[in-house]
Design a protein around this ligand. Structure first.
Ligand code: GCU
Length: 434
């Protein structure tokens, strides 16, 4: 069996961990919040090929193992996405060089997601610091529309389907003026610009509304074969669609000369953290990847079943992953891959995994272990792995090229998260810091 031939020979800490963890019934549905209750498991080794042979060179990784792993994530976890549309078409809908008291620029761009001019549009909002040179830029999707990220009155309300939310003034799935700035604590725009970076964002529901409607709305129907009404079991769910949409955003960013298209950092929180990891893994044009509290189906190891499990996520959010992923409900060990290999797919590019101490649903320790077990791939590729073998304490970020940080507090994006993200980008993307 692949999981046997590809298993890691772990160091002491992992072997001990295996020995002391009692076996739980694979059928149990209790949410595990206790390390001692994690069932015994063996992780697949990213550096063992499907035939059991060790991957010992960067060339073997790039030519054999990486494509094999990528294909497994595509067909078993997120689902295969279609190729990019033939034409890249976009329209600048608004532009200003006098933003934030004149220190920044704003661009708003409607990006056509398909070759059909009537098809879905990704409305991208881009803030740029005034700079003579193209700037490195963070690209992160948002949950409630571009107008929710700040108080800027020039940003229109989202028109795509939104989840109802009284506090944000969303009724009948439509935004109202009340939404403006309601997510601003997660978006320290001025701080990002003051540090010399651009910030691009777009509403994820422009790509695919986040509810289970059998993939009748959003981007999916535009790619059905004749007679097809729903994606095949190995075809894209919503996370893959959001990631694909980010690649379309990147198509545009790489054509805007104000942006350094070789230095676009994909970042995301929670389900959009899962999306950021998959976008970075599946599209090597992203220069670096940052996941925040991404949890199950993101950075957390599925085999740990700690907090949210594969069965829970597939039950609550049946549209997020491809249908093939359902066979791993209560059956994680049968999956040919685990999430450390998702991070390995990003190697040798910089990747920062961020956790929050109280966010146990997302399994912070499992998020750390994923980075830890992806490390051998970074090392093989000659860039050094995660610069610690032990789970760091809160507020002690490890900003190595494969990095990890945990902070106190809940599932959220805080200013301090962005401070670390910016420090990480300074070191590994722009070289502003060592
Ligand atoms: C739920 C879900 C998580 C997800 C989170 C979010 O909590 O179970 O997997 O990360 O929503 O996206 O906010």
């Amino acid at each position: 069996m692949r999981t046997v031939t590809r298993c890691f020979s772990f160091g002491l800490s992992f072997s001990l961990f295996l020995l002391i963890t009692p076996m739980l019934s694979a059928q149990q549905d209790e949410v595990i919040y206790d390390e001692a209750k994690i069932p015994k498991f063996t992780l697949p080794d990213p550096l063992t090929g499907p035939d059991g042979a060790k991957i010992e060179t960067a060339a073997d990784w790039e030519q054999k193992q990486r494509p094999w792993l990528l294909e497994k994530f595509e067909t078993q976890v997120y689902g295969k996405a279609p190729p990019a549309p033939e034409k890249i078409s976009y329209k600048v809908t608004e532009s200003s060089d006098e933003v934030m008291g004149g220190k920044a620029r704003r661009r708003q761009v409607a990006i056509q997601l398909t070759d059909d001019p009537e098809g879905p549009v990704l409305n991208l909002l881009l803030y740029l610091p005034k700079s003579k040179e193209p700037v490195a830029t963070f690209f992160a999707l948002n949950f409630y529309g571009n107008a929710s990220i700040g108080s800027d009155p020039a940003v229109p309300l989202p028109t795509s389907w939104l989840r109802n939310n009284r506090e944000k003034g969303v009724e009948d799935h439509k935004a109202s003026e009340k939404i403006r700035g309601t997510s601003s604590s997660r978006w320290p725009i001025e701080m990002i610009l003051d540090r010399g970076y651009g910030l691009a964002t777009a509403y994820y529901g422009d790509i695919d509304p986040d509810f289970d409607d059998g993939f009748q709305d959003g981007i999916h129907p535009y790619f059905y074969e004749k007679g097809q009404t729903t994606p095949n079991p190995d075809q894209w769910g919503s996370i893959a669609a959001w990631a694909w949409g980010m690649s379309r955003g990147l198509d545009y960013l790489q054509r805007n000369p104000e942006v350094d298209g070789e230095k676009v950092i994909v970042m995301g929180h929670s389900r959009l953290g899962k999306t950021a990891l998959w976008a970075g893994a599946s599209d090597p044009r992203f220069a670096a990847v940052i996941s925040n509290d991404s949890g199950c189906g993101g950075a957390a190891l599925s085999r740990r079943r700690f907090g949210e499990s594969v069965k829970r996520i597939n039950t609550s959010f049946p549209h997020w992953f491809c249908d093939n992923f359902v066979q791993y409900n209560n059956n994680e060990d049968a999956c040919p891959v685990d999430q450390h290999e998702l991070i390995a797919l990003i190697a040798p590019r910089p990747c920062l995994v961020c956790s929050a101490e109280d966010d146990r649903w997302a399994d912070p320790h499992g998020e750390f272990l994923s980075a830890h077990y992806a490390s051998p791939v970074y090392k093989l590729l000659g860039v050094g792995g995660l610069a610690t073998d032990t789970w760091p304490k809160p507020n002690e970020p490890v900003l190595s090229r494969l990095g990890y940080q945990i902070r106190p507090g809940k599932h959220d994006v805080m200013k301090s998260d962005w401070e670390n993200d910016l420090d990480f980008a300074d070191r590994h993307v722009t070289g502003k810091a060592k």
